[in-house]
Design a protein around this ligand. Structure first.
Ligand SMILES: *Cc1c(COP(=O)(O)O)cnc(C)c1O
Length: 237
């Protein structure tokens, strides 16, 4: 999608942007020769008010994504009456917030270090097992989110040992300045390494507003799409 398309898209009402992105996803899934139900779309609603999530819910959206604990927690309690809405946590999570995150998160996409695995597991209590993705860093910059590929197996083993966590697969963000398809092809290779350890951990969380087509072509099962659906985010403040 080029930037002029996007600006046009940004001025449409929410329902039209959602329909337009859904059509784009369906076309990409068909191009990839994949089953129509092979892909789940998570609408990333960070920085937007809870009222936007209510609008999305009325349009049929049941999976939303947030990347900051305080904000996610506040919105989830405000919208607690929407009991079939799933909250996907996609951002950096401090270990000391793990217990609180388990109160609302249906899925955590950003498990990136052993300490977070331990904290999430210790907070398991009476909760059903928490689905998790291990986030892989596709850049050489250690400061970016995600485990470096050479630490993937060790982290995966930790998640598999955690009784209250259920490993769903791998997650990544395509690096800036690299063709996204090449980055997602690497991610697919990491997914295969994870499947070798746990054959049920087949899911791949990848693809955002600008690169979901490439992600679908490389096997993404969970798309995390923000601005293409929500319009521009209000500033972080
Ligand atoms: C914000 C965010 C997204 C959505 O990004 P868009 O470019 O707005 O689609 C996806 N994944 C993560 C981890 C994010 O933080």
């Amino acid at each position: 999608m080029n930037s002029s398309n996007e600006q046009t898209l940004g001025q449409l009402p929410l329902a039209e942007r959602l329909a337009s992105v859904s059509a784009g996803i369906s076309a990409a899934v068909a191009d990839a020769g994949r089953a129509t139900d092979a892909v789940t779309t998570i609408v990333v609603t960070k920085f937007h008010p809870a009222s936007l999530i209510e609008e999305l819910y009325a349009l049929g959206v049941r999976d939303v994504g947030e990347n900051r604990h305080q904000e996610a927690s506040a919105k989830a309690s405000e919208l607690a009456s929407l009991t079939d809405l799933s909250w996907h946590f996609v951002g950096q999570l401090q270990s000391k917030k793990a217990r609180q995150a388990r109160q609302y998160a249906s899925v955590v996409h950003s498990v990136d270090r052993p300490a977070l695995v331990s904290a999430l597991d210790a907070a398991g209590g009476d909760f059903p097992p928490l689905p998790c993705f291990v986030q892989v860093n596709l850049t050489d910059d250690e400061g970016r989110g995600g485990v470096q590929p050479d630490g993937l197996e060790a982290l995966v083993e930790r998640v598999l040992d955690a009784e209250s966590l259920e490993l769903w697969g791998v997650m990544a963000v395509a690096p800036l300045g690299e063709e996204p398809r090449a980055a997602f092809a690497r991610l697919r290779g990491y997914s295969e390494r994870v499947i070798a350890l746990e054959p049920r951990a087949t899911r791949i969380s990848a693809g955002m507003s600008h690169d979901y087509t490439e992600a679908i072509l490389e096997g993404a099962t969970h798309l995390r799409i923000g601005t293409a659906i929500t319009g521009n985010r209000p500033s972080a403040g």
